[in-house]
Design a binder for this molecule. Structure first.
Ligand code: NZQ
Ligand code: ZN
Length: 389
């Protein structure tokens, strides 16, 4: 196990009616002027936004709102939101929504705390975030893990780049997590979220570090929970137990705990981000296509680890004479699972013809090779996209 620092400071308030605590939490984190960010309207339709702003105002807090964050959130919208937050003199940014809303709120918090800096300077690594405003979250979608993660992903449509920024200043102060708020999710978003959660673990499970058995087991338990609960949730979307398991799994998958003491990969996410940047495909759908193809492309690098994955996560019987067969069976089951929850497993199934593979591979490796488990250069990325057709 490698040396590590684990820092996950977000206060999590989980359970039914937890959103009622929003004013108390906002005050605890020094909020008096709360700038609320939300998406395309699901929280208006459900009445959540009105309840939240009402609770804040009733507690004497000043509130301003901005709606309209689109999935795969855009830089230009975040810039507008920054201006509005500065005008309002916001001292706390509250995200009410899924990963796209939370990531926008994180961008707004950095922009409002640094009014002389264009926020893309942070995402393009020209400047480091040194100060920010506190962020609170009311989560409505179990997927990205942004409610506690150190990352925020924005798309710059001018240059067709989707990029993540990782910094501990991206960690929200508090996250309110009521599984009931996810009952209204369409099946596709629920499944895409499940695939994203699974992928956050896979990106960490496939590591070069051999001595991390405890964390491996935590990863395996997390993946098995998604495999067990996601079909349940899809059949019974209004049942608390399954929604709660998936919501908590989503946080654990991406708060950093499953990556301690080991190298991580993230090549599949990078490949997936290009598909979204070029074709606008939902994040989870890019991963249901890429992850099994990435696995088939790289498994020979460490067949033993893929055998462990097949046996411990998918209960594949270990073929001692032919370990490669065991490994490939685990990958086959991964793809079948993604397909069984209604997600695409080829570019074609997602309505993408794949004629921009070279451009995607070029962009993916623009800042150098990607992937920590296996290093992918442009030709590797092209080969994985080709396989994914
Ligand atoms: O915009 P509204 O109307 O709210 O609808 C949203 C949106 O259309 C809808 N939705 C959310 N909660 C709902 C609901 N519909 C009905 N009922 C509810 N309770 O779901 C749609 C998708 O929302 P979005 O926030 O885009 O989804 P998700 O949470 O999957 O976030 C995806 C974004 O997060 C990034 C992705 O790249 C993508 O941009 N990621 C962020 C990460 C991070 N910050 O740590 C890590 C991830 O790997 C990921 O890259
Ligand atoms: Zn993801």
């Amino acid at each position: 196990m490698q040396a590590f620092t684990h820092y996950t400071p977000t206060e999590i308030v989980f359970g039914k009616a937890s959103e009622d605590k929003v004013a108390e939490l906002a005050k605890k984190y020094h909020g008096s002027r709360v700038f609320v960010v939300y998406g395309g309207g699901s929280v208006v339709k459900s009445g959540l936004l009105e309840r939240v702003t009402g609770t804040l105002e009733a507690a004497g807090l000043k509130v301003e709102t901005i709606g309209g964050v689109k999935p795969n959130p855009r830089l230009d919208f975040a810039r507008e939101a920054v201006k509005k937050a500065i005008e309002f003199q916001a001292d706390l940014i509250l995200a009410v929504g899924g990963g796209s809303v939370i990531d926008t709120a994180k961008a707004v918090s950095h922009g409002a705390a640094n009014p002389d800096t264009d926020i893309w300077e942070f995402w393009s690594r020209k400047k480091k975030v040194e100060k920010t405003l506190p962020v609170g979250v009311i989560l409505t979608l179990a997927a990205a893990g942004s409610e506690t993660s150190d990352s925020a992903v924005l798309t710059n449509t001018e240059i067709q780049v989707k990029r993540g920024l990782s910094t501990d200043l991206n960690r929200p102060e508090f996250a309110i997590m009521n599984p009931e708020l996810t009952y209204s999710l369409p099946a596709y978003q629920t499944a895409a979220g499940g695939v994203d959660i699974f992928s956050h673990v896979a990106e960490r499970y496939f590591t070069l570090e051999p001595d991390c058995g405890f964390t491996d087991r935590l990863c395996e338990a997390t993946m098995k929970t998604v495999i067990g609960c996601l079909p349940e949730v899809l059949s019974h979307p209004q049942e608390y137990a399954g929604r709660a398991e998936i919501m908590w799994t989503g946080t654990i998958a991406h708060n950093g705990i499953l990556g301690v003491g080991r190298s991580e990969d993230w090549g599949s996410h990078m490949l997936g981000h290009e598909i979204t940047a070029f074709y606008g495909l939902t994040h989870g759908a890019t991963l249901s296509i890429i992850i099994p193809n990435w696995m088939e492309y790289v498994y020979k690098t460490d067949v033993t680890r893929f055998v462990k994955y097949a046996v411990n996560v998918w209960n594949v019987e270990n073929n001692m004479d032919h370990p490669e067969k065991t490994a490939l069976e685990g990958i086959r089951r991964t793809r079948d699972f993604f397909r069984s929850v209604g997600m695409p497993v080829t570019l074609e199934e997602a309505g993408i013809d794949g004629d921009r593979i070279e451009e995607m591979a070029e962009n993916c490796t623009k800042y150098g090779p990607v992937g920590g488990f296996v290093t992918l250069r442009k030709e590797d990325c092209m080969a994985i996209y080709e396989k994914s057709k």
